[in-house]
Design a protein. Sequence first.
Length: 105
Amino acid sequence: MAGVLRYAGPQSTPNKALSEQTLPFLKEDQFTDTVLVVEGRKMYINRALLGYASPYFQKMLENAHRSVSSEKKSKAEIRISEKNFPDFVDMLAFLHPGICRDLTV
């Protein structure tokens, strides 16, 4: 499958940092309109990714982008507290349409 990344999750690879480098939401691209900050680390997403998946995130993202529009900033930055980075990586890897997750691990 061309253009689809495989992500087996953090438990399946001894070098987690290496596997995370290939995930699309860990680098900014032309579709990035929101930056999530979890444990001081940034994840670059398009708000539709989380907005379609969760009413909670949909409301959070609407509010963040409303304030960005009024402040004339280009991207919303949302700090997520009381959550850990590896869990968010797993969640986004599950939701992202460009990542094929190995479910047999």
